[in-house]
Every structure is written in structure tokens, then in C-alpha cells.
Design a protein. Structure first.
Length: 250
């Protein structure tokens, strides 16, 4: 009996409300809600989604195991993409602003933007810097010439880069960058920072050419605490053709 009375009152109220405002006014009101919701994101850049991996999860065996790759891509990296888009909406970042431009002005944004814009950019580059294991995987052409010019030879470069990864305290990244003068330099950054960021903590700034993820989740299932072994095996995976293309970017 009580439920019937509630249904009757609810229906009577609805009919009375429609009678007062009219159908046209009701449609206009509902449309305004919809338009307002769309306006929240129509000018906001929320297009920084994960790209598909350029290889299968097991394609980097036996250097990086399939389980690590799957978790790394679908959990860790996916979270950065999701949280980045949340930050873009919250901070009303306009569509025409590129991710590189956001990173170049990251000091003006929130900590959430810094962590997730960096995390998304770093991982998207990292996937491209690798390919299935290749025997005698060495650079050639212009990238080899530039490495020799900046570091003496490839062996010296490899040692400096590897040492930067081994000595990075805690979580972070190792980078080969091209600075404003066009010279190649090696640096490392903590957490999800990178050399594009306008932060005083970034000792060497430049355009990233090659990067290595030395967060524990990138290697711990297979290598446990042996980061040095992971780094040594990683050299078999470097996609030097991609690095060559990055080198030519102005």
C-alpha cells in the first residue's frame, strides 16, 4: 500500500513538473546538461593514449620475459596514460598543446601531471627503443659516427651508459640525448622525470635519442636485484634503426 502511494506521488510530481515547465523547456534543460558535460572536455587534450606494442609480449625473450612485458605494459604504463588524461582534464590543457610542450613547461603543472606525463612519454619511447634480440647488435651509419665523435668509440659509450644505469639510486631512467648544440650526452633521471623537463633537477637537458628503464618492475621477475645483468642483456634488444631516426629529428 505504501509503495503504491509513493509511486502515485512520484508520477503526480513528474506530471505536474512537466505541466509547469512544458516539454520544450524540459528538452532544453536536459540538453544544457549534456552540453555542459561535453564542454568540460571538448577543448581538452585527452588523446595521449597508449600505442600498441611493436612486438608481442614474448618477443624480447630471453632478455626480458613475457610476464614482465605484459605487466609492465598493461598495468604500469597503462596507469600513467590513464592518470595523465585525468590530469589533462583537471588542469584544462588545450588540445593543440603537445606532450613535448607540456614536458618543456612541466614546472607550471601539478605533481600528478609531472609524474604521469613523464611516465607516459618515457614508456612510449622505451618500447620503440627495443626490438627482438639480435646477434652482434651494434649501431652503424650516422648514430655510430656521432657516438664515436662524442664518446671515443662504442665500447666507451656502452660502459658510460651502463654505469649510469647501475648507479641510478632507486627508480629512474638512463638517457642518450642530443643537446642544443647537437652533441650527444648521457644522463639519468629519477622516477619518471626526463631531459625534456624544465626542472632544476634535470642536470642535462636535450632531445631523447635512446632510453633505458631501470625501475625494478622492468626487470625484477627475471633478474631480481641484479640490475647490472638486466642492463647487459638489454643491449641485445636496442633498436638502432629507431635510434638513428631519433637522431635526425631537429
Amino acid at each position: 500500500m505504501l509503495n503504491n502511494r509513493r509511486k502515485f506521488l512520484k508520477k503526480s510530481f513528474s506530471n505536474s513538473f512537466l505541466a509547469i515547465v512544458g516539454w520544450e523547456s524540459m528538452i532544453s534543460l536536459l540538453s544544457s546538461f549534456s552540453l555542459h558535460e561535453n564542454n568540460l572536455t571538448e577543448n581538452v587534450n585527452i588523446n595521449f593514449e597508449q600505442k600498441p606494442l611493436p612486438y608481442a609480449y614474448n618477443a624480447l625473450e630471453d632478455c626480458i620475459d613475457a610476464t614482465t612485458m605484459e605487466i609492465h605494459y598493461t598495468k604500469h604504463a597503462a596507469a600513467y596514460a590513464k592518470n595523465l588524461n585525468e590530469a589533462l582534464i583537471a588542469e584544462k590543457v588545450q588540445k593543440e598543446i603537445s606532450l613535448e610542450k607540456i614536458l618543456a613547461n612541466i614546472s607550471k603543472y601539478s605533481v600528478k601531471m609531472r609524474n604521469n606525463a613523464g611516465g607516459h612519454f618515457n614508456h612510449e619511447l622505451f618500447w620503440q627503443c627495443m626490438q627482438p634480440k639480435t646477434i652482434n647488435n651494434l649501431p652503424k651509419d650516422n648514430i655510430l659516427l656521432e657516438i664515436n665523435k662524442s664518446f671515443g668509440d662504442f665500447a666507451a659509450f656502452k660502459k658510460l651508459f651502463s654505469d649510469a644505469g647501475k648507479s641510478r639510486f632507486g627508480s629512474g631512467w638512463v638517457w642518450l640525448v642530443k643537446d642544443e648544440s647537437g652533441k650527444l650526452k648521457i644522463t639519468s633521471t629519477a622516477n619518471q622525470d626526463n631531459p625534456l623537463m624544465d626542472l632544476k633537477e634535470i642536470e642535462i637537458k636535450g632531445s631523447p635519442i635512446l632510453c633505458l628503464d631501470v625501475w625494478e618492475h622492468a626487470y625484477y621477475l627475471k633478474y631480481q636485484n641484479k640490475r647490472a645483468d638486466y642492463i647487459e642483456q638489454w643491449w641485445n634488444l636496442v633498436n638502432w634503426n629507431f635510434v638513428e631516426k631519433r637522431l635526425s629529428i631537429k
